[in-house]
Design a protein around this ligand. Structure first.
Ligand code: TGC
Ligand code: FAD
Length: 388
């Protein structure tokens, strides 16, 4: 197979610092050597490559933006580049890292006590403890504010009852960030250790997307959680603060999947002969390649600019929504175009586009569906919320 060549039409590379380039190149090599050769087998078998966890930790990818607590403390642009490279390998690997860092370590860092941070973060940075994030419920996905999971105060504890659905890393997690409503109907969050009585997990096995990722249901039946495990935040802004970071990372990750597909489509079309010519010589095929190439270039500009804004703490949720919505929907389109350019070969595990295509169906749905981000932007520009 021809070595991967990342498209960079506008020489965006020169706008990254030498440290950012070094982080990206290290991850790029890791993905080529350690992920690409085995990921399609994991995908086919529906297994997560747990042997990669120590290496992902060693590379500083877990909770990478957190300062201290044995975390790498890199800037958000570097974090974006890490996500881009990992998702070039597979959305499931990027998901694992997103959830561990942005959705589990970040809330502990932002809303936990000093004791929580010292207890959980170093172990999580080393990959010795895996986390998950329970917001979605069977009946409340796009509308998490309607959640029915309850946290009832009982002396020095809270009693959790309810279920969380479609939870990435659930079956492999030793700790869960769980959002529930308290006695005053306020949304509160807890750090819930997996070994607590009344906390059980069921893996969702039969899925055609994110097969190299663990997706689970978390069930709480009179699960007694010490009040000291409560996070110091109230209302939906708690989970949404975590989602801002994860959605930002996904906007870069999707670019990685797009770039992988484009590279595959370009190489294939230059070598596949039909009607005595490489298919890349046909205008209709070139139009498809140009559409991908142009979208990727625009997506790279958006991601870089957003990264710089995030590093200055200037990225608004609506900015992040635009990047998540557009870069993911484009990536899904690019995976489908690549599948088309590869003809029948595109449906096999020998090529990446089919796997990316099926993964991206989930990525387009989770962390706010494409249409929910469209509505967040609609709210931003008109001032009128159209969710209800
Ligand atoms: P709304 O009334 O708009 O807001 C409620 C409160 O939240 C605040 N807020 C935010 N704060 C920080 N960042 C944001 N992005 C925020 N968005 C809203 C808001 O200011 C308000 O605060 P306060 O103090 O006034 O109470 O909320 P709403 O109930 O009308 O909902 C709006 C809507 C639909 C946009 C929202 O619910 C939404 O984004 N839904 C999508 C749900 C979602 O993204 N779920 C993700 C689950 S986790 C996941 O998918 C992980 S996959 C991981 C992987 O494998 O990679
Ligand atoms: P619904 O909310 O039922 O939406 C169905 C359709 O209706 C969508 O097209 C949606 O856009 C549309 N719709 C809904 N409301 C509106 C509206 N107001 N206006 C217009 N259209 C609307 N959740 C977690 O908490 N933690 C996780 O780790 C996690 N991991 C996931 C992993 C995978 C593989 C998947 C697939 C999901 C994961 N999720 C997780 C859940 C994910 O966040 C939800 O699936 C997502 O928020 C959408 O919710 P839903 O599936 O219930 O769809």
């Amino acid at each position: 197979m021809k070595p991967y060549e990342a498209p960079d039409f506008l020489n965006i590379d020169e706008h990254f610092s030498s440290e950012e380039r070094m982080i990206r190149d290290t991850l790029r090599e890791f993905v080529s050597k350690e992920i690409i050769p085995t990921i399609s087998t994991h995908y086919e078998n529906g297994t997560f490559p747990t042997d990669l966890i120590p290496q992902l930790a060693e590379l500083g990818t877990l909770g990478s933006t957190i300062q201290g607590y044995e975390c790498a403390g890199v800037n958000y642009t570097s974090y974006g580049l890490i996500m881009q490279e990992l998702e070039r390998g597979d959305s499931g690997i990027r998901s694992f890292v997103s959830v561990q860092g942005a959705l589990c370590m970040y809330p502990i860092y932002a809303f936990g006590s000093e004791e929580h941070k010292k207890k959980y973060l170093p172990k999580m940075a080393k990959g010795q403890l895996i986390g998950c994030f329970g917001l979605t419920e069977p009946d409340f996905g796009s509308n998490p504010g309607g959640m029915i999971t309850r946290a009832k105060k009982d002396g020095a504890d809270y009693i959790l009852n309810g279920a969380k659905m479609w939870i990435t890393n659930g079956g492999m997690a030793g700790v869960a960030i769980v959002w529930a409503k308290d006695d005053n109907d306020k949304i509160v969050g807890f750090i819930v250790d997996r070994d607590l009585k009344g906390f059980s997990v069921r893996n969702i096995e039969k899925k055609f997307s994110l097969k190299a990722s663990v997706t689970s249901e978390l069930i709480f039946e009179d699960c007694r959680v010490p009040a000291s495990q409560m996070l110091n935040v109230q209302g939906l802004k708690g989970p949404f603060a975590c989602l801002n970071n994860a959605r930002y990372g996904i906007s870069w990750g999707a670019l990685g999947a797009s770039m992988a597909c484009y590279d595959e489509a370009l190489n294939y079309s230059k070598t596949r002969i039909q009607f005595d010519k490489p298919i890349a010589s046909f205008q209709l095929v070139q139009a498809k390649l140009v559409e991908m190439f142009t979208d990727i270039t625009l997506g790279q500009l958006l991601a870089l600019h957003l990264g710089r804004m995030k590093d200055k703490d200037q990225a608004l949720p609506a900015h992040i929504s635009m990047a998540k919505m557009k870069n993911v929907s484009n990536a899904l389109k690019h995976a489908r175009i690549t599948r088309d350019i590869l003809g029948a070969s595109g449906i096999t595990y020998e090529y990446q586009c089919g796997r990316h295509m099926l993964n991206l169906e989930s990525v387009n749905t989770y962390e706010g569906t494409e249409d929910i981000h469209r509505l967040i932007l609609g709210h931003h520009i008109t001032g009128i919320p159209a969710f209800k």
